[in-house]
Design a protein around this ligand. Structure first.
Ligand code: ATP
Ligand code: MG
Length: 403
């Protein structure tokens, strides 16, 4: 008995040309391999603007699950492979049809003869295969306009692939094709979503988290580690940099007028993040800010905080409402972790009387009150680095080397 033995993977964004296209395909292949690493006998192959996963007896439904999270993939379908021989193609199409689960009272055959030496035209193949399905089923009819299911038959040089229906992929660009960004990751709802969206457009991420023990506890840190782990689902290993922020927070508390404390704290976070990014040769940052959401997210505030770096800062959520962000965080699975109640470093020392329109000149003047540079350097020097999602598995670099 024949079974689905392949998954055909389609990808979009093919305005991509030349060298870009090769990079796109290599990264996509690498990311698919990473996503399905638990299925050790499955193999990913590049073919004519598609990827083909040879299942080699792995469970098709299970292998499809992680594919839903791979960016750059527009859709995918289970496929059955047949030799280029019409009797066998016909039978394969019938089996693919019968084993497809989903509504299929009406169908349509889409045969495509990409391999021209094959002696039967696409049109004739449609009729022969359609006839074979009709005479082996009951209560099934052809509907060329609005079929429940399309049976695609691709006749290629190395064999014929039959697919029924398709599963939507997540779209976007393969992680790694847009370079790397340093994500500022709190334990909140927003920043993991910001990371996810940056990854969706092809950015690989590292994350930086500020914690202030003993004012923030181990569980708050564990929460951020769990969020980081979760983000690996969408594009491979993620390195987390955990910055000890207590001393700097105390110094701010002691030296800065309370209504500028938050602005100064943000500027310090940004200085440290920039330093860590530069050490990792990363040229852009990302955060979870949304315009007007809180005092630190007004335009004036962004203007003043942003002064300390000239690295680009991606703000994928900048125009989103909280509800939209929550919906994404539920969809990607970070929400239940984000709402765990442990205190974040920012909430502890901070007053409630922060100015909503902090000024650059005032912020700079306040900062003259203490030798902050040594605190910044100390924090960078004592940062702990942990990589998630690389377990027994290879890092992205190893995967690149394999290709
Ligand atoms: P989030 O839900 O991401 O915490 P938020 O709406 O609570 O965002 P803020 O707390 O003002 O907003 O933080 C704005 C952004 O600053 C966050 O999205 C995150 O990118 C960054 N940030 C805040 N706290 C930390 C932290 N402890 N470590 C790293 N980045 C942080
Ligand atoms: Mg927060």
């Amino acid at each position: 008995m024949m079974h689905y033995d392949h998954i055909l993977v389609r990808y979009g964004e093919l305005a991509l040309k030349g060298k870009n296209r090769t990079e796109f395909e290599n990264k996509l292949k690498r990311n698919i391999q990473y996503a399905i690493q638990d299925f050790s006998t499955a193999k990913v192959k590049k073919t004519y603007g598609r990827m083909m996963i040879e299942l080699n007896n792995e469970n098709p439904e299970k292998v499809m699950e992680p594919l839903k999270h791979v960016f750059g993939l527009s859709s995918f379908s289970l496929a059955m492979k047949s030799p280029n021989e019409i009797e066998q193609i016909k039978e394969t199409a019938l089996q693919a049809f019968l084993q497809h689960d989903g509504k299929k009272r009406t169908f349509k055959i889409n045969a495509r003869r990409a391999f021209k030496p094959f002696p039967i035209s696409s049109q004739e193949a449609n009729q022969i295969i359609g006839g074979h399905i009709l005479s082996n089923t009951e209560d099934v009819t052809v509907d060329v306009h609005h079929p429940d299911i399309e049976v695609n038959v691709e006749i290629r040089e190395q064999g014929t692939y039959v697919t029924c229906g398709r599963v939507e992929g997540s779209g976007g660009l393969p992680v790694g094709t847009a370079g790397k960004v340093m994500l500022m990751l709190s334990g909140g709802i927003d920043s993991p979503v910001a990371g996810y969206l940056a990854m969706k457009r092809g950015a690989e991420i590292e994350a930086v988290h500020f914690h202030s023990p003993p004012y923030t506890n181990e569980r708050a840190r564990k929460k951020v580690e769990d969020l980081t782990e979760m983000l690996t689902t969408f594009g491979g290993p993620v390195t987390l940099h955990v910055v000890p922020f207590t001393e700097l927070q105390k110094a701010i508390h002691a030296n800065i007028h309370s209504n500028y404390a938050m602005t100064i704290m943000r500027r310090m976070m940004l200085r440290i993040t920039e330093q860590i990014a530069e050490n990792q040769n990363i040229k852009a940052l990302a955060n979870g800010e949304s315009l007007g959401q809180v005092a630190s997210q007004t335009l004036e505030s962004m203007h003043t905080i942003n002064e300390v770096t000239n690295l680009p800062i991606l703000r994928p959520l900048v125009t989103m409402d909280k509800q939209e962000v929550i919906e994404i965080s539920e969809k990607i699975g970070t929400y239940p972790i984000s709402i765990l109640p442990y205190e974040d470093c920012c909430t502890i020392f901070l007053p409630t009387n922060s100015v909503t329109k902090p000024r650059r000149d005032k912020a700079s003047r306040f900062e003259e009150a203490f030798e902050f540079q040594s605190y910044v350097e100390e924090a960078v020097a004592n940062t702990e680095t942990i990589t998630f999602g690389s377990g027994q598995q290879k890092t992205n670099q190893d995967m690149d080397d394999l290709l």
